[in-house]
Design a protein around this ligand. Structure first.
Ligand SMILES: C[S@@+](CC[C@H](N)C(=O)[O-])C[C@H]1O[C@@H](n2cnc3c(N)ncnc32)[C@H](O)[C@@H]1O
Length: 189
């Protein structure tokens, strides 16, 4: 049973020459989403994979995949993730993290072969009414939201789901989904 989250970052910088995550095209949102996706108190979610597709300058797209199964040598704070993101965007290695030139569209298409695709949006079908499959991929927009074109593409493979009418931060959406899914799995036993 795997959970994956894909964050579409419109302006996330694709080169490592930045001084802080916020000014690097809101890579602070990537940091927040990484923590919400992968960290438990005193442990990592080994069944979760987080993806960020950065579409900012100078050389988009850049796909960063962070796999909870193999992620290592990490903490939750922003300084740690600023160093890690700088390192991997600059072409260096970190355990559990892979970087490629895969576009958002190619990633969604590949994931749709083995998992259900769900696009997070306030106006979608209430998550409480959706029978989620074992393997789910959730697609989220950044501070501006998912561009129409990207949303339209993802919806060829999946459906829109909602966590309610409140517009939450992307990281809060991930926390809510992890909680909902944790409760579902627990109730199976
Ligand atoms: C900070 S929100 C962006 C809000 C932005 N004003 C917009 O128009 O989309 C970031 C992402 O979180 C997700 N999101 C926020 N609130 C949600 C909700 N109540 N239900 C489902 N997804 C939500 C969406 O994927 C959104 O693109």
């Amino acid at each position: 049973m795997t959970r994956e989250f894909i964050l579409f970052s419109r302006i996330g910088k694709t080169s490592p020459d930045f001084r802080n995550l916020h000014d690097a095209g809101r890579l602070d949102i990537v940091h927040e989403c990484v923590v919400a996706s992968l960290f438990l108190s005193h442990g990592l979610r080994r069944n979760v994979v987080f993806h960020a597709v950065l579409n900012g300058p100078p050389n988009p797209p850049l796909h960063i995949q962070i796999d909870g199964a193999t992620l290592y040598d990490v903490r939750t704070d922003m300084d740690t993730w600023q160093s890690i993101l700088k390192k991997v965007i600059g072409g260096k290695q970190h355990p559990g993290i892979t970087v490629s030139r895969t576009s958002f569209e190619a990633l969604v298409k590949a994931k749709a072969e083995t998992a259900g695709i769900y696009v997070l949006e306030e106006g979608g079908r209430d998550v409480a009414d959706v029978e989620l499959p074992e393997d789910c991929v959730f697609v989220l927009g950044d501070h501006v939201g998912l561009p129409r074109k990207a949303e339209g593409f993802a919806l060829r493979y999946g459906e829109k789901i909602s966590l309610g009418k409140q517009p939450y931060l992307a990281a809060s959406c991930i926390t809510i989904l992890n909680y909902v899914l944790d409760r579902k799995v627990k109730s199976c036993f």
